[in-house]
Write a protein that binds this ligand. Sequence first.
Ligand code: NAD
Length: 476
Amino acid sequence: MASKLMEQREDKFFADVLNYFEKAAKFVDMPEGILDQIKFCNSVYRIKYPIKTKDGFKVIEAYRVEHSHHKLPTKGGIRYSEHVNQDEVMALAALMTYKCAIVDVPFGGAKGGIKINPKDFSEDEMERITRRYTSELIKKNFIGPAIDVPAPDYGSGEREMAWIVDTYTTFNPTELNAAGCVTGKPISQGGISGRREATGLGVFYGVREALNHAEDAKKWGLKPGIKDKTVVVQGMGNVGYHTAKFFYEGGAKIIALAEYEGAIYNPKGLDPDAVLAYRQKNKTLLGFPGATDLKSTGEALELECDILIPAALENQIHSQNAKNIKAKIIGEAANGPVTPEAEVVLLKKGIYIIPDIYLNAGGVTVSYFEWLKNMSHVRFGRMTKRFDENMNHSLMESIESLTGKKFTKQQHTDLERGAEERDLVYSGLEETMINAYHQIREILHNTEGVNDLRTAAFVCAIRKVAVSYENLGIFP
Ligand code: NAD
């Protein structure tokens, strides 16, 4: 069903993004020329190249789209999926521009796509596909730490990013900042602690912040905070698994988890780690002990719950199932999981949609931190950790001698600790997600005619991008 819908909606995703843009642009006081410059994609690169597989030569179709050059480098993941098409990559590149603007990441938006099902290829073939894709990007100047910096997306991860950085470095041996040509790398290749879980953690921080506003929570019929909220997550990949894990650790109850083979449901709650381990062992999450199997991933989306997190692909909540959605909040962890037609229905039902262009920006935020680390050639915390620990120790000793009371050993350990790279990444991400939420909520509450958070987020993004074009003096 989902893939049929996806085919029908081919060539529509970018139009959807344009419609969101138009709806929001009415609230942005900027010359039309600037708005026109922002909304379309600046550069679209379509590539076809052959690779040798065990079954003979195969032609690979791939893309890289740079949507906006108002800030450089441009930034955006590479999707490996058989559904990749130019329209989808353009839409996702545009969303990246707005996403970066909302969370104040100083990059333009871009996206890449390779039209393959990774499951059809061996590791060796995947490596050749990825390395050749990288060389094609190098040939046309579509990659580089100052030009365009890819990252993981659906179907790709640290392994692919390691191949990309290695290929780029081989072609550019004297480039001092070569490691910054891609983010989401393994730590050993210049990656950063916390990137792997960043998108899921950002989703958690974003939904938690929404629920921290007691008056808003009351409107949705909920108590403030995450504790005891019932949550359904679709997709147990990078984003879905980590989102589920942070909600679980935050005290929420994960009542259902869905994958493409079906879904499992347990009103008492599921432990995402146990489910993931079970799925890795059994190649399915169906049959998980203590849970009820649901026939399809779609059934899970329609469950009664407080928070629904679609974290798989676009177009999962559409005109046909929107009326059946019973969640109070939808947190768009995936890109484009709710179609515009569905959104109209959901908003009428009073469901609060936290949009993708804000909510899944944790990945690009931490990618930005990784890029900064690559530019500065030093691990975050390396210069300060020991100094902070010594200062904290002296402070605690002074308090002890002044008060005559002793801290416990555990208190010493907890309070003296200097920040590791991961601590700094988490706190930088938390600060970013909270600030950005306040900005878009402010627009929602204080702009007449803006009635939903997606429009507010687009208004926020367009204003910021427009201002930087204005400041560039392109449109005197
Ligand atoms: P992933 O490949 O790691 O995981 C996706 C998971 O969804 C897979 O386990 C897949 O089997 C499952 N899935 C596919 N179709 C499904 C269906 N119909 N029902 C249920 N499950 C299904 O990908 P990811 O990196 O987690 O990305 C997921 C979404 O989040 C995408 O929309 C992506 O663009 C978006 N996103 C990812 C990042 C990131 O940092 N990885 C950042 C921002 C946004």
